[in-house]
Unconditional design. Sequence first.
Length: 303
Amino acid sequence: MDSFLVITNSDAGTADQEALDAALSVLAGRVSVEVAATANPGELDGVLHRAGSRPVVVAGGDGSLHAVASVLHRRNELKDKVLGLLPLGTGNDFARAMNIPLDPAEAADLLVTGKARPVDLLVDEVGGIVVNSVHLGASAQASRRGALWKSRLGSIGAGKVNLGKLGYPIGALQAAVKPPQLRLRVEVDGRVVNDFDRPVLMVAVGNGTSVGGGTELTPDADARDGLIDVMISGSVGLLEKLGYVVQLARGKHRQRDDVTYLRGQSVTVSGEPFYASADGEIYGPERSRTWRLEPAAYSMFLP
């Protein structure tokens, strides 16, 4: 019988525990399962140390998957690992991008019936990784404010009606009132595609398609195609910002004249200080950061 190591968040609420129990009941009798709850990076590192050759199943969202992949990458163990995902996060954007069922019980069935397929990863020059997407500018500001609201509202409600899910929309609304304008140079595969004379509203570097629970910043991204999708919005005027937001919500922002959409294998952003949101993890301010594609960096149970 196959054996899985399932990693959960010690701070998960009752609704998440019920969803996890439903998923584990699907696995019962089909695979051997060890469930390990972690609350901090030190505990996570210790749990992964005893994973051995077993597949590692993450019960959580993009942030939880990021944390596990980051530890394994730092220890040079990611390449030989097979990961699985039980989507218990708020947005579950990477699960959406990879066609993993959002219902944890259905996702558990996929762990047994799916196949281990290679998945790309983004790696920066300081060893940081990106599983799904990294973005900066207005969207990172929305994420910074959204994270605060998610924390404030996360204890209200349960399951699908948990108000924590309103965090990103509220943050996005606040960011839309006074979004930043940044003068940045963006280079893709060494070619300058945006320079300091063209202020930007935001830049998205995507391995997956969406952020914030379905906002498709890089809708053509595919984490298995060996390419990074890059979206640059130059919508800095008042009317341009409003038009961009409307078309982004409709998935038609790439049609705008002030939006650049292209692909490559490395992306460098430099210029005035900026914050970045990578898989929901916010860092900065930065003056320069480069992300390169690491193709087939690990394997994942997928349809």
